[in-house]
Write a protein that binds this ligand. Structure first.
Ligand code: ARG
Length: 466
């Protein structure tokens, strides 16, 4: 039977060309061309396996390899002509390959489908993105620790409900963000194992009739294993959803930090100054210096959360196996990767360039009766039940407010009037220094405790693969 002139790679069964509108609507090449290097890497491994298994000849494999490497160069040099008519990254490359090497190019797709191909490309891409993000988190963590070390003796008001609570060490506050980033990093490292499983061999959905060697391909592409079920391999995108969740959570942590930097830089706090390079002025108010970078970080969480929701929603209710819905996973994933990479880089640099207004911060640490809990604890240690001491100190604070005094300005006689248990050693307990240093258990804000925590953190960063 004479062959019809092919309109598209898959078009033999079609009697009319695809509508231009449909072509534009369904094409993904404009964004998935970003996966080209991974697509070629996967094709090289796949074709070498086909040759090794004697599914294609050595001479065909050599031609395929040469052609793919040539295409790789063209793409790198920006000389590859991407065509919407060829739909996606896979078909663009395959078509060019056949143009370059003739019929051997048509054998590359033996035992494979674009369904297992795209799942492989995306996993290779996300594996690299994960490694790059982990490195950037480590740089940010290192800069955060240096920042904390420079401020090891600086105290500040610790807040709950944004109200003055208890004095803390500023380094302790910064170390809290180190811990969040540490968990974020570990989440990425852990998720890498689930990304790093090979879908190739699943073909369209059910596997293939050729004697393929999936384990060999997995090893060649440095995957830790192969996906165990062909239907699952081509259809699920949980690894990408997980990645986007981890990206969102990291951005959420940085948005908390950003919110604090913004507050601390406001003249009402005046605790820090972010260097001019990271701020902008106002076109109307000449006095303004705006903390644009942390503000944008805060705002970009909207983007990463949106990307996560997009992926969760596109996966919801999808029947097995592959559905075109999955094509919509690329842009959100790319956007989360780009947002995270850019944010981590700028944040690491910004942290290095923050000036701390130590006097202002330390003076504020003693404001608002911040050592009242220490006074209550003092009474407990002298035998008073905590609930009673809480009440006594509340009355003392009330007295101080009415008389416009700080706690340390109350005379011993007055203290004694409220409780006979109070002696002159109270004046050491209710200082900021006394309050901070008294909390010297693991996880507390005592200067030496925080210095030890920072040392441990530095050691964990210098360990390989941390
Ligand atoms: N562009 C597609 C995607 O991103 C590739 C797989 C297409 N498979 C198919 N049967 N149409 O998911």
């Amino acid at each position: 039977m004479p062959m019809k002139k092919q309109i598209k790679k898959w078009s033999g069964r079609f009697n009319e060309p695809v509508d231009q509108l449909v072509q534009d609507y369904t094409a993904s090449v404009n964004f998935d061309k970003r996966l080209a290097a991974y697509d070629i890497e996967g094709s090289l491994a796949h074709s070498e396996m086909l040759q090794k298994q004697k599914i294609i000849s050595v001479s065909d494999f050599n031609k395929i390899k040469k052609g793919l490497l040539q295409i790789n160069e063209l793409i790198k040099e920006n000389k590859f002509e991407w065509k919407i008519a060829d739909e996606d990254v896979h078909l663009n490359i395959e078509k060019k390959l056949t143009e370059l090497i003739g019929d051997a190019g048509k054998k590359l797709h033996t035992g494979r489908s674009r369904n297992d191909q795209i799942a492989t490309d995306l996993r290779l891409y996300l594996r690299d993105a994960t490694d790059s993000i982990v490195k950037k988190i480590i740089t940010l963590q290192k800069n955060l620790l240096s920042f904390a070390k420079k401020n090891i003796g600086v105290s500040m008001p610790g807040l709950t409900h944004l109200q003055i609570a208890q004095p803390i060490s500023f380094a302790h506050h910064l170390h809290a963000y180190f811990e969040m980033l540490e968990r974020d990093k570990k989440r990425f490292i852990d998720a890498r194992k689930r990304i790093n499983q090979l879908p190739l061999g699943a073909a369209a959905l059910a596997g293939t009739t050729y004697p393929i060697d999936r384990k060999w391909v997995a090893k060649k592409l440095k995957f830790e294993g192969v996906c165990n079920n062909s239907l699952d391999a081509v259809s699920d995108r949980d690894f990408a959803i997980e990645f986007c969740f981890h990206a969102s959570l990291l951005m959420t942590h940085l948005s908390r930090f950003s919110e604090e930097l913004i507050m601390w830089m406001s003249p009402f706090f005046n605790f820090i100054e972010i260097s001019d390079r990271f701020c902008t002025g106002s076109s109307i108010m000449p006095q303004k210096k705006n903390p644009d970078v942390p503000e944008l970080v805060r705002g970009k969480v909207g983007r990463t959360n949106g990307n996560l929701m997009a992926l969760l929603t596109l996966m919801k209710s999808q029947p097995l196996a592959y559905n075109k819905d999955n094509q919509e996973d690329k842009e959100p994933v790319f956007d989360s990767v780009d947002t995270l990479e850019a944010t981590l880089v700028i944040y690491a640099d910004m942290i290095k360039n923050i000036k701390v207004n130590k006097e202002k911060m330390m003076a504020a640490a003693g404001d608002g009766f911040s050592t009242a809990t220490d006074l209550a604890d003092y009474l407990v240690k002298k035998g008073m039940p905590f609930r009673t001491s809480h009440e006594v100190v509340a009355e003392l604070v009330n007295f101080a407010i009415k008389n416009k005094l700080d706690l340390h300005e109350i005379t011993l006689d007055t203290f004694k009037h409220y409780s006979k248990l109070i002696d002159k050693d109270i004046y050491d307990v209710i200082t900021v220094e006394g309050s901070v240093q008294a909390r010297n258990h693991v996880g507390g804000t005592n200067t030496q405790t925080v210095a030890n925590a920072i040392k441990l953190a530095e050691q964990s960063l210098s360990k390989k693969g941390s």
